[in-house]
Design a protein around this ligand. Structure first.
Ligand SMILES: Nc1ncnc2c1ncn2[C@@H]1O[C@H](COP(=O)(O)OP(=O)(O)O)[C@@H](O)[C@H]1O
Ligand code: SF4
Ligand SMILES: [Mg+2]
Length: 427
């Protein structure tokens, strides 16, 4: 990884947020209230860690280099992350900035020991297992890991959009002091689209194909705010303009199928941002898009969320994108966070061998012509995890000490779950 400019950048710019979520149950009558026409901003439930997502992700892997080049041009480079957060216009200081001389902002999201389980015939799939992290207002957290590591289920758990038989079996999700795991469906529905929102890889999960964009956007506003239809329409038009849709007044009259894939995702992002939520969970929203569009959307989302001061969880398999977008990274493996910390710390000095492997497998401009390092082996089945560190079957450094589950250890801006931490500096 040495010399990779994007990954080595000590100060990834922070984005701010994303749009609301799509309705994954658009065609399910029992979820009608979650779609445009009731709560159009919010997607229905469902899992996104499906085959489609994985296939798109794999296809895009070879384009990481291109994305990063474009991001280098679109996203401004900044100083150290904490410094940037402290002074960036429109953003509040990080809640995790122990060295800051400024007063710290309260934590917006505090996930504590979250466990989400899917009971299946063969046993209990612990998709999310004792996951903890915090997010301050306006902060961006990159949630990274291979397919099947539990990223989407973490996002759905926060949104209250888990699909049965999946259910939260432990822990707390404290959002502005309220434990979301204790709220009923109606309370969660009121929260979604107003204070928290989610966007998915497929914008049609958000959009209703048979309703005009203006109908969907107006309902997204009026479902949560006491404004007239005319005011809501004006807000919708402005939001379309903000996400780079030309002639927004005219485009409001169009149907989703009259937009390209990239433009549809922009509409979904605009819907998510409409009510200026405090938190957006974005589940690989640009992965399926052409790399140029992907980079443009990333840059726009970063700008808009920063302006609104929204916190953002950006779920991705793509470390290079997160290295430019996030303030902090949480690396997931087999349902657990194995490394967590400031982007520059984690990317530059990964302690967990899985993180080091992920970084080593990112294509780099400076390694053209050489073979990509790949993490050997496959992600283990969550039903047959080995005792101790789940990565031990793939880790070159594994020994008998790894047969006991390592605690999350560290301090300040960098935490890891490894008994023999990597000491190699990668950037
Ligand atoms: N609806 C479901 N039924 C059973 N298992 C599920 C379901 N959704 C997710 N899982 C389990 O949770 C794991 C994590 O899924 P997910 O969070 O979608 O992964 P990703 O990190 O790719 O987003 C999957 O590998 C699978 O074992
Ligand atoms: S705990 Fe052991 S197996 Fe797991 S990453 Fe560290 S050295 Fe490798
Ligand atoms: Mg997923």
């Amino acid at each position: 990884m040495s010399g990779d400019p994007a990954l080595a950048d000590p100060v990834p710019p922070s984005a701010a947020q994303l749009p609301a979520a799509p309705d994954r149950h658009r065609h399910r009558p029992d979820r009608a209230g979650d779609r445009a026409g009731g709560n159009p901003v919010l997607p229905g439930v469902g899992r996104s860690g499906d085959g489609t997502v994985a296939r798109h992700a794999d296809r895009q892997r070879l384009s990481i280099h291109a994305v990063r080049q474009i991001l280098d041009e679109l996203l401004p480079r900044r100083g150290p992350a904490h410094h940037h957060r402290r002074h960036q216009s429109g953003r509040r200081p990080s809640s995790r900035c122990p060295e800051s001389e400024e007063p710290l902002v309260s934590v917006l999201l505090d996930v504590r020991g979250l466990k989400t389980t899917f009971p299946v015939g063969a046993g209990q799939i612990k998709a999310v297992n004792d996951v903890s992290f915090t997010l301050g207002r306006g902060e961006v957290l990159g949630l990274v890991g291979e397919s099947g590591s539990g990223k989407s289920v973490t996002g759905f758990s926060i949104m209250g959009l888990l699909e049965p038989p999946g259910r939260i079996t432990g822990g707390q999700i404290l959002f502005d002091g309220t434990d979301l795991t204790k709220l009923g469906q109606e309370e969660m529905r009121r929260l979604r689209g107003r204070r928290i929102a989610m966007i998915f890889q497929d914008p049609m999960m958000t959009l209703n194909p048979v309703l005009r964009i203006d109908t969907q956007m107006i309902e997204a506003v009026t479902a949560h705010r006491p404004v007239s239809k005319a005011e809501a329409r004006a807000l919708a038009r402005d939001a379309l303009g903000q996400v780079g849709i030309p002639s927004p007044e005219e485009r409001l009259n169009a149907y989703p199928h009259q937009f390209s894939g990239g433009m549809r995702q922009r509409v979904a992002i605009a819907i998510a941002l409409l009510n200026k939520p405090d938190l957006i969970v974005a589940d690989e929203p640009t992965t399926a898009l052409d790399v140029t569009i992907q980079a443009q959307i990333l840059a726009e989302v970063q700008k808009l969320t920063a302006e609104q001061g929204t916190a953002l969880i950006w779920i991705t398999h793509d470390l290079s994108v997160v290295s430019r977008l996030a303030d902090r990274i949480a690396v997931m493996y087999a349902g657990r966070i194995v490394e967590y910390g400031d982007v520059a710390e984690v990317i530059g000095k990964p302690h967990h061998h899985y993180t080091a492997g992920l970084i080593g497998s990112v294509p780099s401009r400076n390694r053209r012509g050489s073979r990509l390092a790949q993490i050997p082996g496959m992600t283990p089945s969550l039903l047959t995890l080995p005792d101790g560190c789940a990565f031990r079957t793939r880790c070159a450094r594994a020994d008998g000490d790894c047969a006991v589950m390592p605690e999350l250890t560290g301090q300040g801006a960098h935490w890891h779950r490894c008994v023999h931490p990597n000491t190699q500096v990668l950037a």
